[in-house]
Design a protein around this ligand. Structure first.
Ligand code: ATP
Ligand code: MG
Length: 635
């Protein structure tokens, strides 16, 4: 048996109620081995705990042993011989493990510690759980009711919206990567329609993968998939025009993680997969499979076509939320936490300083009202945080938790409401905005997040090796390709296109290069397209890009400042001019198919046609763009 001293320092020994309370007050995650006096703490895990402590070396991770018989709070655990580990964060029970399952214990420690840190460092929500052994613990019970009732609600998407099923598998969850992956998913333009955390049973895992039953690894796969918590998601795309099933499969990369690392280093599997079976994420194979998986994992899921038959059902919708400028920064965090707690997904978010003109435009219905001067003053006093929130019945639900728009009324009648809780001292205007109706929500979302178009180009240097890859990433990042053509630029076109650089020393080099072979021109569309595409490009000089944004296209594919692989319009105005110059007047809103294959055929067809009959850039800034463009326009 190992030396007593070492063990004492590894696991705090809790033997009475007072020590128990002291332990609960400890900052960080405490993993408590609950034992019976007559069998003693679980020796089997001590060396594992030491190894974990050494590897993680984390001050926020604590271990303890607690004797069930002498601590009142553990009354329910008395007389049970099976080893039981209770995980406490901030005095609340956050997870329970029964049995000395070392790999699972290790995974849970890593994951729960990561979660606790999120709570402590970023003000995330701590999810308390209720253990059967602790039915009397009403605090835990209270916390538990919310997520449970949420799960029982039907989840509904419009039948027209395509969706796919995604799973963040137990390996990624156990490594504490779930949140990071979810953020990347949202950044890439996917919208999360449903989100559930649960451990698949063995039977479920078997059924889910029944189509793989003949494969040699099948049993291992079932064991793995049922070994711990997964995050099960239903995804669609913010810009619902591309095939989300294919876009998601692109985004996760090949199932074989070696191949993923080689061929698609940016993919989720390349980044988060650990070994053969443990490839971090799942995606439905095709639309039919997505439907089957959805029915299997979310029996409550309905599409709106079902809804229409019985008008009672709720549906996923979007609403616009604004946090007004004078709400304190620290309250913003708290409000965001409440938004998540209430089951909303933040689909789009931007901070913006509004001009008087914009406020008048946004609140056009209120300009005549007595309170308008105060509203105007408030809304122009600093940057406002605008968010698109999504969930079932988003408009109604957001208004419900906001409370009455009159702050005094909110304070008197519903002190629990967000407007009462976050009201600003001596300020007549309430702190938060919500759209009044579904139609108004769409208008308001479009005001803050107008769909934009930008001109993208795959330059001659990237055409041979990187064209497909760039195309894939365009889709994976939620852009719709409205138009595209492959062509060899004439000297005149190249000169005109880059005329702003006519005086530069590198101009002739640049023109020479741009005409040196075929390139692809694309019109890309999505909310915030100009900025988002520039962000994907990275800095002009690939060397600098490698330093400051190594994931950017230029960092990965460019070879020097001239041969930098891709172009993107620099402002919305330039985008309009360049689109007009390259494609002429476009009336068609049609957009191209989302898979690389279709493109190749389109490209082949287009190859011979000369693109530039109508040269000379138009000065007119209009044409097919959002009505609100002045809002987002000049920087
Ligand atoms: P683009 O307009 O192609 O999207 P950008 O807006 O990042 O790129 P600009 O300043 O507009 O950069 O330059 C246009 C192009 O001219 C660059 O993409 C690059 O190919 C070339 N270029 C810019 N600076 C130099 C330089 N110092 N030497 C050689 N080529 C350059
Ligand atoms: Mg430029």
């Amino acid at each position: 048996m190992a030396s007593k001293k070492k063990e004492a320092s590894l696991q705090a020994s809790v033997t009475n109620q007072e020590q128990w309370e002291e332990m609960l007050a400890t900052k960080g995650l405490t993993v408590v081995d609950v034992y019976q006096q007559w069998c003693g703490p679980c020796r089997a895990v001590v060396s594992l705990l030491r190894k974990i402590k050494n590897e993680l070396g984390d001050d926020l991770l604590h271990f303890a042993t607690a004797e069930a018989d002498s601590i009142d709070a553990l009354e329910r655990y008395r007389g049970k011989c099976e080893p039981t580990f209770l995980f406490y964060g901030g005095g609340e029970l956050v997870a329970v493990l029964r049995g000395a399952n070392a790999p699972l214990l290790q995974r849970m420690i890593v994951e729960e510690l990561a979660k606790e840190k999120l709570v402590l460092e970023q003000g995330g929500e701590r999810k308390a759980v209720k253990d059967d052994g602790l039915v009397d613990d009403d605090k835990a019970e209270e916390e538990e009711t919310l997520p449970q009732s949420e799960n029982k609600e039907s989840i509904i998407v419009p039948a027209s919206k395509s969706y796919t099923v995604a799973i963040i598998k137990p390996d990624a969850v156990a490594h504490g990567k779930a949140n990071e992956i979810i953020m990347k998913i949202q950044d890439a333009g996917f919208e999360i329609l449903a989100h559930e955390e649960r451990t698949l049973t063995e039977v479920e895992a078997r059924d889910f993968y029944q189509h793989k039953a003949a494969e040699v690894d099948f049993e291992d796969l079932v064991q793995f998939m049922s070994s711990g918590l997964s995050h099960i998601l239903v995804l669609s795309q913010v810009e619902d025009s591309t095939n989300v099933v294919a876009a998601w499969r692109e985004f996760i990369g090949p199932a074989d993680i070696e191949e993923a690392r080689r061929e698609k280093p940016e993919s989720l599997r390349a980044q988060y997969g650990t070994q053969a079976l443990f490839n971090a994420v799942h995606g439905s194979e095709d639309i039919d499979q997505a439907g089957r998986e959805l029915a299997f994992l979310f029996p409550n899921f309905r599409t709106a076509s079902v809804t229409e038959q019985d008008g009672e059902e709720e549906r996923v919708e979007r609403t616009l939320a604004l946090i007004r400028p004078n709400v304190a920064r620290e309250n913003r965090e708290e409000i965001l936490a409440k938004i998540h707690e209430s089951g909303f997904t933040v689909a789009l978010q931007r901070e913006e300083m509004l001009t008087e003109k914009q406020v008048r435009q946004f609140y056009f219905q209120h300009v005549e009202e007595d309170f308008f001067p105060a509203l105007l003053q408030n809304m122009t006093s600093g940057p406002v945080l605008a968010m698109t929130l999504a969930r079932i019945e988003a408009v109604e639900h957001w208004n419900n938790i906001l409370g009455p728009s009159d702050v005094n009324k909110a304070r008197e009648e519903s002190p629990e409401s967000l407007r009462a809780q976050f009201a600003v001292e001596n300020e007549p205007i309430n702190p938060l905005h919500g759209s009044a109706s579904h139609d108004e929500a769409e208008r308001e979302i479009n005001f803050f997040f107008p769909k934009q178009q930008t001109l993208a180009m795959i330059k001659p240097d990237a055409m041979m090796e990187h064209k497909e890859k760039i195309w894939e990433e365009i889709h994976a990042n939620g852009f719709s390709v409205m138009q595209q053509k492959e062509t060899v630029l004439s000297r005149e076109t190249a000169e005109e296109f880059y005329k702003e650089h006519r005086e530069k020393l590198f101009f002739s080099q640049l023109v020479e290069f741009m005409c040196s072979g075929p390139c692809v021109m694309l019109i890309l569309k999505k909310e915030n397209a100009v900025e988002d595409w520039r962000a994907m490009l990275g800095p002009t000089d690939p060397d600098q890009a490698k330093e400051t944004s190594p994931d950017s296209l230029r960092a990965r594919f460019g070879s020097d400042i001239l041969h930098n692989s891709v172009h993107g319009s620099s402002t919305e105005k330039h985008a309009e001019e360049e689109i007009r110059f390259i494609f002429g007047d476009i009336s068609s809103e049609a957009e191209l198919a989302g898979d690389g294959e279709t493109v190749t055929t389109v490209l082949a067809k287009d190859k011979d046609s000369s693109a530039y009959e109508n040269s000379g850039m138009s000065k007119s800034p209009t044409g097919g763009m959002s009505d609100n463009k002045q809002h987002n326009g000049d920087p």
